[in-house]
Every structure is written in C-alpha cells, then in structure tokens.
Design a protein. Structure first.
Lengths: 241, 438
C-alpha cells in the first residue's frame, strides 16, 4: 500500500484539470464549436439547433448563458433525453467549452453569460428571496430535496455564475425567473445568500449537514443511545461481580 | 454531630422506619433495569435546562423587525418568540449550550423510554400485578411525544410553522369534531390567533411537565410498592422472594454514577453537536416552506404514515366525513397506543393465565409474544423509515414514488417474515438449551 500511494498521487495529479471553473486566456473557436455541436448535441437538438420532437428543445435564443450552464455543470450532453440531468464530470476542455458556447450563442439572439456582483450584495435580502422562491425545493440551508418527479440538487457545488444562470434558465422542473420576477440586483443578493449558506456563520458545534431532525435522530441513536446503553451494560456487569 | 442532626430530624418526622425500609429496598441486578433510570435522568435535566430557557423566552407572536447580532437576518420581520430564541442562542451566556442540551435531552429521553418499554414488553414485565404501572408508562410516553412536539413548535421558526401546519390539518381531519377542535385549539384559522403561542408555551412549560411528573410519581410508587421484577437467575429463584442488591450501599452509588453519565453525555452533545440551528431556518411566515422538513425523530413514524397512506378521503354524499390526514396522523398512533395498552389484558384472555408474575420471561421463553411484538415493531419501524425516503432520493437518486410504493408493500410483507423468523429463533434457542442441559 505504501508503495502504491505515490503512484496514486501521481495519477490524480496527472488527470487533466477539467473545466468546471472558467480559465483566462483561452480563445473560443466557432468552427470548432460547430463540429463539437454536431458530434455531441445534434442527436437531440437537431443539426442546426432547431430541436427535435420528444428529444431535445430548440436552442434558438438559448444564448451563451444556457449553453455555459448546461455544459459546465455536466448536465449536457445527456445519455437519455428523458432522464433528469444531474451534475457530473465535465468531459470537455476549457477551449472546447468556450467554442461550443460561442457556437450555440450564434443560434438566435440569446442572453450572454452573466457575471453576478455578489461580493457586495446583501445576504439578508438574498435570504428572504431564497426563503420565498427557492427553499421550497432546495431546502433553506441549500441541502437539496425532492419533488414529485424530480430530485432537487443541493447548492454547495454550483459556482456563483452557475447559480445566476440557473435562475434565468430554469433547468429541468425548475421555474425560469425573468429579470422582472428577480431583478439583476436581487439576483446578486440571491447569489450572495447561496455563497453564504455554503459556509454560514455557524454556532453550536459539529453541524451534521444542516439538515435538522434527520441527522439529529441518527446522532441520538447511534451516538447518545449507544453510549448510554453501553454505560448501563458496564454498570450492570459491576453489579454482578 | 451527624448523629445529633439525624436524631433531631427523626424525632420530629418519625421517618426512621420508612428510611430504613427504603435503604433496604432490593434492586434487581440486570443492566436492562437501568434504561428506565436513563429516561428519569433525562427528564431531570430537561426540567433543569428548561427553567434556564424560560428566563429568556418570550411567548409572543407580535411581529418585530430584527436588528440583532446575526447579520443574515437583519431587517427581517419575525415574531418576538423567534427573536427571543435567536437572542438566547447567539447572545446569551450559555444560552445555546442550554438550548442544545435541552433538545438533545428530549431526543434521548424518548429513546430511553422506548428502550425501556421494549425491555418491559419483551420480558413480560407488564403482567399482573404490574399492568397498571405499564399503562401509566405508556401514558407518559405519549405525553412526552406531545410535549416534544410543543417544544419544537413554540420557537416559531420555519420548521415550527410547517410542523404546526401539519398538526392543524390532522386536527381538522378528526371526524365531526375536527373543524371546531382545530379552531378552539388554534383560536382561529391557521396560523391561529396571537394567543396561540402563549397557549402552547404554558402547555409546554407547565401543564405537560406537571402531567409527566404526576404520572412519573405514580409509576415509581407502583414500582416500589410491588417491587421490581427479576430474571430467573438460578433454579432456586421463585416468584415469592426478591434477589438483588440493596438501595444503599449497593444501588445508590451506581445509580448516581449513571445519572452523571447521562448528564455528561447530554451536556457534551449540547456543547459539541449542533441541533436545530434556527438561525439558518429563519422565522416562519405563512406560505413559506423548506424542502426536507422533518419532525424530531420520535415523531418520524407519524410523518411516515402520512406519506404512506394513499390519497383518499371518506366521503358520504358530497360531504367529506374523514379527510386523508386522519388515517396517518390520528388513527395510526391511536391504533398503536391501543394495541400496546390493551396487550396485557389480551394476553391474559388468550392464555388464560391470570396469576401474579414476579419472575420475568426471557424473550425466547414466550415465542408468541416475542414474535408478534417483533413483527409489530418492524411494522412501525418501516413506517418510520419511509418518512425519510426523500433523503434517500437526494443521496442515492432512488426514485421517490417508487420507494413509497415499495414501502406500501414491505410494511406488510417484512413483519410477516420477521414473525416467522423470530418464532423459529425462539424455539431453536429453547431446543438448543434443552440439548445442552441433557
């Protein structure tokens, strides 16, 4: 095992950094994007992004925003067009993502990739917005959940940009929020809250997942009750001696 | 000096014979007899920490705008009740320690009662003359369920509000009296009148604790007056004689040791493991909800039942006689309470055994009771598990409705299997003993 360890470390280090986070200094190439699109997307979205019935929606006016979101979360490409997209490993390089996004942006006139200014936004205002619009599905402390027909992702993985994109895109069953429903300022607040909730100003010790009663019950039985039963056993044995 | 003090007290109280008797009271020496004591010590700690919490809790639903120390809630409208618990948790010295210890103690209190009930049930300790003691114990268990629910509810955070919304719809679902009862308890349609929080507050800190203390006293007096049961340690043990260790100096130091162990575990949890972080949940406003909201573990069986019962109402003509929440939220717990409470009488009727029993049976000695009890317990446990199917979906991606349908089948199938497996195991164990002794 000790000999294997350096090899493992090397293997992990050698895996090329996949492009979950955008990198600087990479230039998009629309022609490359078009061929990537043909190879990976056209089966469901059609050869020109017009969409195919029962397969994939039209990408007209989807814009760079939606393309950037779906590709960087690993939601797309999707094996089965009828299953729910779920966060997976991104298989494109940064260069490929930029090219693909640039190509999809040429289909119609969709929105550009947003860059939320959340560092100076209001966490408190964002919290209220989150409680009103998001907590019913994503859980108030961003732990995710369940709706009939959908598994709601926890929000500790998405980047600020992806959060902002998801609000506008409305992936899978999620509603799509227009700039009227949630203004750009409000969106900044919302992102600020999600960023805050990833590492909240917390008290009280070991947080056991911010899920409330579920893990609390586990601790009650697996930790407290077992220790106390063991104590009873110990005392009971003493009595015998 | 001590001798003179004791004589002084004795001459004025005449308590010596009673104390002498109490010190010589004989305790059985099996570890499982200590589980009830764990529950008792949890209760003592609940009262002690609870008193501290009342010094800071405001039982008011009047709305206020928060300007306290916790930044993410700045400017939010909330009830004074919620604000006071926020203040207690984040600003008061030892406030969060006491609150968390109180909540952990409640969780462990119910766990200890449950373990104690299991011990009593599976060893036949509930048989005459202790059937009344057992029923009083069950009354305490169900009072504790309600008491815990009230404590969870009166904080007025997001989870409280959602829990009360469920409680309200279960109250409304009671046939005939439901609507009026709901309006009476809540003082108006949900979320109820401003007096609702003061009402559940007084129930939580006064009425229910007094009820538990009364039941507890009765329970302990009955235990002492009939003495404990005991296992048949040797062939010489009989129904007539008590074997064990005296209260003093045998049991008392051990019992004290156990008390300190319970306090230590609960205070350690209270200080080191977070429970119910209400500052993250935020205040409750009607119409708000969070995914994955759950009751504390001891009410998980009810949420499971509400989810498992298929969506149907009982309608007569155009009138809904029994709305859906009744089945899982009211009928299910009542059925369980009745089965448990009537068990001693049912068993006497079926077996025709009307004798006094001071000796316990090991689970294997009574295969029928043990296997039926295990099946019943499995049934409740599976309903309980189904209440957390949503978390399984989030973690493992198993389809939620598929899980619910699987549970609807499994809650009947698995207990059946458990019944036969346990009955077989009991009989095998007895046969094995028979062979070994021959």
């Amino acid at each position: 095992m000790k000999r294997l360890l350096p090899i493992l470390v090397l293997l992990v280090a050698a895996t090329p950094a996949r492009a979950a986070t955008p990198q600087e200094g990479v230039v998009a190439n629309v022609t490359q994007g078009k061929s990537l699109y043909a190879a990976n997307c056209s089966r469901c979205h059609g050869s020109r992004g017009q969409g195919l019935r029962d397969q994939g929606p039209s990408l007209k006016d989807a814009g760079a925003l939606a393309a950037d979101f779906y590709v960087r979360t690993g939601y797309m490409p999707l094996d089965n067009p009828h299953s729910q997209p779920w966060r997976t490993r991104v298989l494109f390089t940064e260069q490929e993502i930029r090219s693909l996004v640039a190509y999809v942006a040429t289909i119609g006139h969709g929105p550009a990739i947003p860059s939320p200014q959340w560092q100076t936004a209001s966490v408190a205002a964002g919290r209220q917005l989150f409680a009103d619009h998001c907590a019913g599905c994503h859980q108030i402390a961003i732990a995710g959940g369940v709706l009939p027909g959908a598994r709601i992702p926890p929000l500790n993985q998405p980047t600020p940009r992806q959060i902002a994109e998801a609000v506008r895109v409305g992936p899978y069953l999620m509603p799509k929020f227009s700039t009227k429903a949630i203004t750009p300022t409000q969106l900044n607040d919302l992102v600020a809250y999600v960023q805050y909730a990833k590492r909240p100003d917390d008290r009280g010790g070991w947080a056991i997942g911010h899920l409330g009663p579920w893990p609390e019950g586990m601790v009650t039985w697996l930790l407290a009750a077992s220790i106390l039963v063991a104590t009873c056993l110990l005392i009971g044995r003493r009595l015998k001696a | 000096m001590i001798r003179r003090l004791v004589r002084f007290v004795d001459q004025r109280s005449g308590g010596a014979p009673f104390v002498r008797k109490a010190l010589r009271y004989v305790f059985p020496d099996h570890w499982s007899f200590l589980l009830g004591e764990v529950a008792l010590y949890c209760f003592i700690l609940l009262v002690a920490t609870g008193v501290y919490l009342t010094l800071f809790f405001e039982d008011s639903r009047s709305q206020t705008v928060y300007h306290g120390s916790y930044k993410p809630l700045q400017g939010e409208t909330m009830s004074r009740a919620y604000e006071s618990v926020l203040h207690l948790s984040l600003d008061v010295k030892a406030g969060l320690l006491m609150r968390q210890t109180h909540h952990w103690a409640a969780n462990v209190f119910l766990a200890a009662i449950l373990l104690h009930v299991l011990r009593v049930f599976f060893t036949g300790a509930f048989r005459k003359p202790r059937d009344l003691t057992y029923v009083i114990g069950l009354a305490m268990l169900f009072t504790a369920f309600l008491e815990g629910y009230l404590g969870y509810s009166m904080v007025d955070d997001l989870l409280s509000g959602m829990g009360l919304a469920i409680g309200y719809s279960v109250a409304l679902s009671l046939p005939v009296i439901g609507a009026n009862l709901g309006l009476l308890l809540w003082g108006g349609p949900f979320p109820g009148s401003p007096s609702f929080i003061p009402r559940i507050y007084i129930a939580h800190v006064l009425i229910f604790p007094l009820l538990i203390i009364a039941l507890l006293t009765l329970h302990l007096v009955l235990v002492a007056s009939r003495h404990h049961t005991q296992f048949r340690e040797s062939p010489k043990t009989t129904e007539k004689q008590v074997v064990g260790i005296p209260a003093f100096p045998g049991q008392a130091p051990r019992s004290l040791g156990l008390m300190f162990a319970v306090f230590a575990v609960l205070f350690l949890l209270g200080g080191l493991v977070q429970i119910n972080p209400i500052w993250l949940w935020g205040p409750y406003h009607v119409g708000e909800a969070t995914n994955g909201a759950q009751p504390d573990w001891y009410l998980g069986w009810l949420i499971g039942a509400l989810r498992l019962v298929p969506g149907f109402d009982l309608t007569v003509g155009g009138y809904t006689l029994v709305p859906n929440p009744f089945w899982g939220g009211a009928l299910f717990p009542v059925v369980i309470l009745f089965v448990l409470a009537l068990w001693p009488w049912a068993e006497r009727r079926v077996t025709g055994d009307d004798a006094f029993h001071n000796l316990l049976e090991r689970p294997r000695d009574n295969a029928w009771r043990t296997s039926l009890g295990a099946a019943f317990l499995t049934w409740i446990f599976l309903v309980f598990m189904s209440g957390s199917a949503d978390r399984v979906t989030v973690w493992l991606g198993l389809d939620y409705s598929a899980q619910i349908w699987a549970y609807r089948v499994l809650i009947w199938l698995v207990p059946l299997l458990v019944f036969f497996a346990v009955r077989r195991a009991c009989r095998e164990l007895l046969a094995w003993e028979q062979i070994r002794s021959d």
